[in-house]
Design a protein around this ligand. Structure first.
Ligand code: AMP
Length: 274
């Protein structure tokens, strides 16, 4: 991978990297399209990163289908697919981790304390292997985008981060590799995530500016689905990713939801202007 990257560099070509954990869907493919639009070469990495999963999480169960993914990617015209082994990335005596402090501790980071340390570490390693000019991430994982942007700024990494829109099914469910775990009933129940976001948006549209009131309405809707187990609903500033109590007119916010449907943990968000 490093040789390929060096060769591209010596040709003065730009490289776009799309980091993924595989089991690809149209959300991933939209990142690939964005990369192909502006990069000379597009590299997609597929790596289910063990250091971002806690022992009680679904590292072993995470869906994998490398053959299908690779076929899909070459049909789409990507230039290289990087599929390292866990032992290559993290050899026996591996000791180095990247920690982005404050932003990694709230929301997703509260429920998943080691998650963003693993993410920042693997993304740093991928940047060093692929040497991208651009790296593409999905708004679906809004906090991950904020963590990566913070890391790139803090460490002065020479890569431009591009955030791409969240892709949904026709009925509004955010595409996720984990949707495969949902039963037929749970698949229907899972629509409550997007519905709760739309409810929040409606309240903001009607002029409500108190986060607690907006969030209560969203919580009520989620509680009406018996298979749901809410982790959090929250409103954060798009720029700073800080939690807001009172919204300001003209400012953009992420409405966020994280919720289990049955045993499957799902996240979703929308951007709303107050
Ligand atoms: P993952 O394979 O889940 O680690 O995701 C790889 C990349 O695809 C991340 O940058 C995600 O934010 C992005 N992604 C995942 N789902 C979607 C989606 N529904 N729409 C847009 N991007 C997505």
């Amino acid at each position: 991978m490093q040789l390929f990257a060096s060769r591209c560099k010596s040709e003065r070509k730009t490289i776009g990297l799309v980091p993924t954990m595989g089991y690809l869907h149209s959300g991933h493919m939209s990142l690939v399209k964005n990369s192909k639009n502006i990069s000379d070469y597009t590299v997609v990495s597929i790596f289910v990163n063990p250091t971002q999963f806690a022992p009680n999480e679904d590292y072993n169960q995470y869906p994998r289908d490398i053959e299908r993914d690779v076929k899909l990617l070459f049909e789409q015209g990507v230039d290289a697919v990087f599929i390292p082994d866990p032992e290559t990335i993290y050899p026996k005596n591996y000791q180095t981790y990247v920690e982005v402090e404050n932003i990694s501790k709230i929301l997703e980071g509260k429920t998943r304390p080691i998650h963003f340390r693993g993410v920042a570490t693997i993304v740093s390693i991928l940047f060093n292997c692929v040497k991208p000019d651009y790296a593409f991430f999905g708004q679906k994982d809004a906090q991950q985008c904020a963590v990566i942007k913070q890391m790139v700024n803090d460490l002065k990494l020479d890569v431009e981060i591009k955030i791409c829109p969240l892709i949904r099914e026709n009925d509004g469910l955010a595409l996720s590799s984990r949707n495969i775990f949902l039963s037929e009933q749970e698949r229907k129940d899972a629509l409550v995530l997007n519905k709760s976001l739309q409810t929040g948006k409606e309240f903001i549209g009607k002029g409500e500016r108190k986060a607690s009131i907006i969030l209560k309405e969203m919580e009520k809707l989620i509680a009406s689905i018996s298979s749901s187990q809410l982790d959090y609903v929250q409103i954060v500033d798009v720029e700073s990713y800080s939690v807001q109590e009172e919204l300001k007119d003209g400012t953009e916010y992420y409405l966020l939801v994280a919720c289990k449907i049955g045993k499957t943990r799902l996240i979703d968000n929308i951007i709303v202007k107050a």
